[in-house]
Design a binder for this molecule. Structure first.
Ligand code: DOR
Ligand code: ZN
Ligand code: ZN
Length: 395
């Protein structure tokens, strides 16, 4: 089959360092199958599946199960993220070495959803990870500053009567972990950077030669807390949507390389967990199928990134951070490749019911967005084509 690429953009397949696939445990909200379909349709050829499943991915049994199920589905490479501590936010380090040596060869560990809070545990985790050559990704949230918090601490939350989540809850952990990484001579990755202050800290830490990297989500680039006026819980997410000035600082930081990459924090939730009162709703929003369009809208259209830059922040940098050695190197002619073909002129209107995710918690409902994936290629197999999943690797 020949695919006509006239007028299209061809990039290396996207790599998402931060996806919640909900299997095992909450298959009513997403499965490895449905999440893989969403990823392929979004132009992704690799996703890192977060460890806050049920049971938690804190053992090689779970991480290898997720890996095998991803291979069986064959739409995207599913790399399990292992938990740093037993049971998440625990006091005991998980067997990272065993997970790293398993079939899945786990290379990234995170207690996402919780902060690895205790500084001594974090210090030991960084030392252990360093000795294994794997990466710790930190959900930066000082829990003693976010007790009961549901929205960004600021004028909007005060007016709406919502308990505030201060910027310092994130920034204090970013600063602390930069210093712990420095002392351990280890690498650390900051999940979902959300404040202008975090950008300043990253700039400082990188200037000191500290091995720190960071991701930003599409929703923190586009949306801000003015969305909360309606009390619609679809806008509830951790870390919370911040102020417009934070979003602007994050866009600038992504353009300048201070923030290294885009990660979706794709977080499917059931209707009943999102339709309740704002304070009671679960945090998180869908992201895989809309990420490219949000990046084009926030970064490409305003001239902050060109298409080469999109490849850098959505494919090359995340692949490098996670230590994927099968991406980002020059390919031989004829070698099966991970690619995404994009129609930059297309527009489409987001309809939750038409997304491949089982859940429908997209904050972009009814928005008309630029750019669409024409085809995704996983090792040469077309996994998505014109809005539908297609072939599967290994079948
Ligand atoms: O909004 C979020 N949702 N933030 C997290 O840290 C966890 C995630 C989830 O698992 O739903
Ligand atoms: Zn998180
Ligand atoms: Zn997350």
């Amino acid at each position: 089959e020949v695919i006509d690429g006239t007028g299209r953009i061809l990039l290396p397949g996207f790599v998402d360092l931060h996806t919640h696939l909900r299997e095992p445990g909450r298959e009513d909200t997403e499965t490895i199958e449905s999440g893989s379909a969403a990823a392929a349709l979004g132009g992704y050829t690799a996703v890192f599946a977060m460890a806050n499943t049920s049971p938690v991915a804190d053992s090689v049994v779970v991480t290898d199960h997720v890996w095998r199920r991803g291979r069986e589905v064959g739409l995207v490479d599913v790399y399990p993220v292992g938990a740093v501590t037993v049971g998440l936010a625990g006091k005991q380090l998980a067997e990272m070495g065993t997970m790293a040596a398993g079939e899945a060869r786990v290379r990234m560990f995170s207690d996402d959803g919780h902060c690895v809070h205790d500084p001594l545990i974090m210090r030991r985790a960084l030392e252990y990870a360093n000795s294994l050559g794997v990466l710790i990704a930190q959900h930066a949230e000082e829990p003693r500053l976010t007790q009961g918090a549901v929205a960004h601490e600021g004028p909007t939350a005060s007016r709406l009567g919502l308990a505030g989540w201060p910027r310092a809850a994130e920034e204090s952990i970013v600063a602390r972990d930069a210093l712990l990484a420095r002392d351990a001579g280890a690498r650390v990755h900051i999940c979902h950077a959300s404040t202008a202050g975090t950008v300043e800290l990253l700039k400082w830490a990188k200037g000191q030669g500290i091995s720190i990297t960071a991701e930003v989500t599409p929703h923190h680039l586009l949306l801000d807390d003015s969305r909360l006026e309606t009390y619609d819980a679809v806008n509830k997410v951790n870390p919370p949507l911040r102020e417009a000035s934070d979003a602007a600082a994050l866009r600038q930081a992504l353009a300048e390389g201070i923030v290294d990459c885009v990660a979706t924090d794709h977080a499917p939730h059931a209707e009943q967990d999102k339709c309740c009162e704002f304070a009671a709703a679960r945090p998180g929003m869908l992201g895989l199928e809309t990420a490219l369009s949000i990046i084009v809208q926030t970064m490409v259209r305003p001239g902050l990134l060109d298409w080469r830059g999109v490849a850098r922040v959505m494919s090359e940098n995340p692949a490098r951070i996670a230590g994927l050695d099968d991406q980002g190197r020059p390919l031989e002619v004829g070698e099966p490749a991970n690619l995404v073909l994009i129609d930059p002129e297309a527009t489409w209107t987001v309809r939750a019911t038409e997304l491949a995710s089982i859940s429908e918690n997209t904050p972009y409902e009814a928005m008309t967005l630029p750019a669409r994936v024409t085809a995704t290629f996983l090792r040469g197999t077309v996994t998505a084509r014109d809005g539908r999943t297609a072939g599967r690797v290994g079948r």
